[in-house]
Design a protein around this ligand. Structure first.
Ligand SMILES: Cc1ncc(COP(=O)(O)O)c(C=O)c1O
Length: 470
């Protein structure tokens, strides 16, 4: 019985090489694999619903189970023809950084627990601060993803602007805003009647006139307008709200401005992204996910505040058992800036992959996303069966099959999953179901865009009316 849960160095190496081989094979074979598979719950769940084994299971059996039950039943979000939702085209260096962070089991909650990690996190956060044009007072921390970034920021907003009293407070955002914002608001005590989801304009942006009228009407009712949430890359279409106008309005009205740039903000590293995202530097808080358009493995989100001290004022609590942690004021404790105490070393993957490839390569990778969506738009415009509903914007293009009803999109989704060559997902714009490609994977080739759209067209032709098979 190995009750020390220990391996010899040789065993550790053997296991490690096997894992690395699997990952390397995965990355290199991806273009030849299907985009993924959704397991049947009636089969998959019972196959795993078993008690833990009392004694060791042979390694070969463990890996066979993983390959058969788990890794063959996932969507390959790094796949070059995975265009659904927001793809997560991570990179191998980032994955190895995660292995190191886990292997050293770095505690990244306090300076005492992981000073090297805390210093690196501060340095990487400072890259983000500079890329986004925030002042030196700005700062933030790594979180699990965009949902936690939105929550972490909105708690700070509530604390700063409302002293945590939410009665009568109202929040404004467009109908294109990601659902994680509404969930964050629920978590922090906002009820539906305190959320103004304003209808977006013809370009899926938050209309200033509607925002101004809503705030005025609420003030007239004795309510307390509190925050505006703007999109910098709305999930459906890539739309960017009028950031400068919103910022000016928020300043004039004493409202907190949060920008959800979970998928879009990373584009600031490219020339084009910086131009499109002008005004991002005016936010009070910003969500920014390196696990989307900065090509990092899940989980890697980030929240930035224009004034990092507000995060600390919101989150810092000093229990007796952490006194040793807090003695030196120059030592920054990440736990003072957010919800987690014990937290992983997420900055490492960004730092290591940035050092491995160089920022120039990342800039090129972001630029490639813009180009691929434009290529897809051009190709679609040449295909008479399809029409563009929202043109290429921040690496997203939305399009519809002429004459198709909603049921068509359900059939085409099933057909794409069954075929496995590529995957796009649908969304609803102005009450109409459309397909959407998000092209942020820099490893997608021009030929793959063409082939995907031709394949989709052929699938659509055979699924335009009747039931599909397969
Ligand atoms: C604009 C936007 N905000 C928030 C989120 C939620 O991020 P996460 O899934 O990392 O929690 C997403 C996810 O796609 C997003 O696109």
């Amino acid at each position: 019985m190995n009750n020390k849960l220990e391996l010899t160095p040789a065993q550790m190496r053997e296991l490690g090489y096997r894992v690395v081989d699997m990952i390397a094979d995965y990355f290199s074979a991806l273009p030849d694999k299907p985009v993924g598979r959704k397991g049947d719950p009636a089969v998959l769940r019972p196959s795993l619903m078993e008690p833990p084994p009392e004694t060791p299971v042979p390694e070969s059996e463990i890996f066979a189970r993983l390959e058969y039950d788990i890794f063959s039943n996932i969507l390959n979000v790094c796949h070059p023809r995975f265009f659904a939702f927001v793809p997560i085209p991570s990179n191998y260096v980032g994955a190895m950084a995660d292995a190191l962070a886990s292997g050293f089991n770095v505690f990244n909650g306090s300076w005492l627990g992981g000073s090297g990690a805390a210093a690196m996190e501060l340095a990487v956060i400072d890259w983000f601060r500079q890329w986004c044009g925030f002042p030196e007072s700005a700062g933030g921390l790594f979180v699990s993803g965009g949902s936690m970034a939105n929550l972490t920021a909105l708690v700070a907003a509530r604390h700063t602007k409302l002293a945590d009293h939410t009665e009568g407070a109202v929040v404004y955002y467009s109908d294109q805003t990601h659902s994680s914002v509404e969930r964050a608001l629920r978590v922090i005590g906002f009820r539906p009647e305190q959320m103004r989801k304003l209808e977006s304009d013809g370009e899926f942006r938050l209309p200033m006139d509607a925002l101004e009228s809503a705030v005025e009407a609420d003030r007239a009712q004795g309510l307390r307008p509190f925050a505006v949430i703007a999109n910098a890359g709305a999930i459906n279409t890539g739309a960017i709200d009028p950031l400068r106008e919103i910022a000016a309005f928020c300043r004039a009205q004493d409202l907190w401005m949060h920008i959800d740039g979970a998928y879009g903000a990373a584009a600031v590293i490219s020339e084009r992204g910086r131009r499109l995202l002008g005004g991002i530097e005016l936010a009070d808080s910003l969500s920014f996910d390196p696990h989307k358009w900065l090509f990092q493995p899940i989980e890697c989100g980030c929240v930035l505040l224009r004034d990092a001290a507000l995060l600390k004022a919101t989150y810092r609590i000093m229990p007796e058992y952490l006194a040793d942690v807090h003695r030196n004021a120059t030592e920054v404790n990440p736990c003072d800036y957010g919800i987690q105490l014990t937290r992983g070393f997420r900055a490492l993957k960004v730092w290591m992959s940035m050092h491995y490839f160089g920022l120039e390569a990342f800039r090129g990778a972001v630029e490639r996303g813009f180009e691929l969506a434009e290529l897809a738009e051009r190709k679609l415009r040449s295909m008479p069966e399809w029409e563009i509903v929202s043109p290429a914007q921040m690496a997203v293009v939305c399009f519809a099959r002429r004459g198709a009803d909603d049921a068509f999109y359900e059939r085409i989704h099933q057909a794409m999953l069954a075929g496995g060559f590529a995957l796009a997902t649908s969304t609803v714009l102005n009450g109409r179901t459309v397909l959407r490609l998000c092209t942020i994977n820099p490893r997608t080739t021009d030929a793959e865009i063409e082939q995907t759209l031709e394949w989709l067209n052929a699938l659509a032709a055979s699924n335009s009316g009747c039931e599909i098979t397969g």
